[in-house]
Design a protein. Structure first.
Length: 159
């Protein structure tokens, strides 16, 4: 297994981002063994915010996917990185947000687990879905509904 901490630091991520990724990987561990590739979930959790080495804006997911491609990461990890924001972004939402017009909605269980685990981590502290929903109060009703639905779907897989 690659040294993901070393990869994140080499890409330019700061200690806060690395600690966040480690906490997301820990939170994602609650879903290991439920018909998913545990190694892929771990790798995706550790790499999901590599784009924060370039920007802390909403663009970090697409920038991170580009970095993953440049590093030669497997496509499955690149897709987790690209689709981890909130509950994902549709092509139309990407256009509205000034991103490349791509469908960035998580589709595989591994992608969904990492997106949900990321939603359950604020900084390096694990929070509840209810706390996430309160923190998402400024998002659109559609975005909040999608985060809640993703959470409910993934929580069914908790061990």
């Amino acid at each position: 297994m690659p040294d993901f901490v070393k990869i994140l630091f080499s890409a330019g991520c700061d200690t806060g981002v690395v600690k966040h990724c480690e906490t997301v990987a820990s939170a994602a561990g609650n879903y290991f063994g439920c018909s998913v590739d545990d190694n892929l979930v771990y790798a995706g959790s550790m790499m999901h915010d590599i784009g924060r080495s370039v920007t802390h804006s909403i663009k970090h997911a697409q920038k991170g996917a580009k970095i993953c491609r440049e590093l030669g990461c497997p496509n499955e990890i690149t897709e987790i990185v690209r689709c981890h924001t909130g509950a994902g972004l549709t092509e139309d939402e990407c256009v509205i947000l000034g991103l490349h017009p791509l469908d960035c909605v998580p589709k595989t269980l591994e992608e969904k687990i990492v997106a949900h685990a990321d939603n359950l981590v604020k900084g390096s502290r694990i929070i509840t879905l209810d706390e996430r929903m309160m923190l998402a109060a400024d998002l659109s009703k559609r975005a909040r509904r999608n985060i809640w639905r993703l959470g409910m779907e993934v929580e069914l897989m908790r061990k």
